[in-house]
Design a protein around this ligand. Structure first.
Ligand code: MG
Ligand code: FE
Length: 169
């Protein structure tokens, strides 16, 4: 496992597992949100992007004569964090969900930046290009969350005073 190509393959598989986890997390959030239509709509758009990211990674893995490894350990690492997102237990579910999404998008951004560097080091320009492209979508999602998190937090806090059950999702 000393060589750049093998390391790149492994990171592509890790990214694929990360996207699987992202899809599950986002689906759970979108399903539960009722009273924050803008947030729900943006999450649903990102679910579509996430599915296409998974396919792009599968295509790059196949082009490199390898494949996704199924559920990898990395997925398990994040599942604990995601439990808080499925969020049935959190009475401030929508707020915890935004925080988890904001964190997750930044992990994705970091992962794809490293993948671009690795693909360039391996001389695989198409994989570098695809990872750049995916990275732009993660950055757009992160900046949407950044632009809306204060407003959603305020809406949540106002509603909670009147109706905690309606506020939480
Ligand atoms: Mg993603
Ligand atoms: Fe994402």
């Amino acid at each position: 496992m000393a060589d750049i190509d093998e390391r790149l393959n492994q990171w592509l598989r890790d990214a694929h597992a990360m996207e699987q986890q992202a899809e599950q997390m986002l689906e759970a959030q979108a399903r539960r949100i009722e009273n924050y239509p803008e947030l729900k709509e943006r999450i649903e758009r990102h679910i579509t992007e996430t599915r296409s990211q998974k396919e792009k990674l599968e295509t790059r893995l196949a082009a490199r004569n390898t494949s996704a490894s199924g559920m990898k350990d990395i997925a398990g690492q994040f599942s604990a964090m995601m439990q808080g997102v499925g969020g049935a237990l959190a009475d401030d579910e929508v707020a915890k969900g935004i925080l988890a999404s904001y964190t997750f998008e930044h992990m994705e951004i970091g992962s794809y930046r490293m993948l671009v560097a690795a693909a360039e080091a391996a001389g695989d320009t198409e994989t570098a290009r695809v990872c750049e492209e995916i990275c732009r979508e993660e950055e757009a999602m992160a900046s949407w969350l950044e632009d809306h998190m204060s407003e959603i937090t305020r809406a949540y806090l106002m509603r909670e005073e009147v109706s905690p059950e309606a506020a939480k999702r």
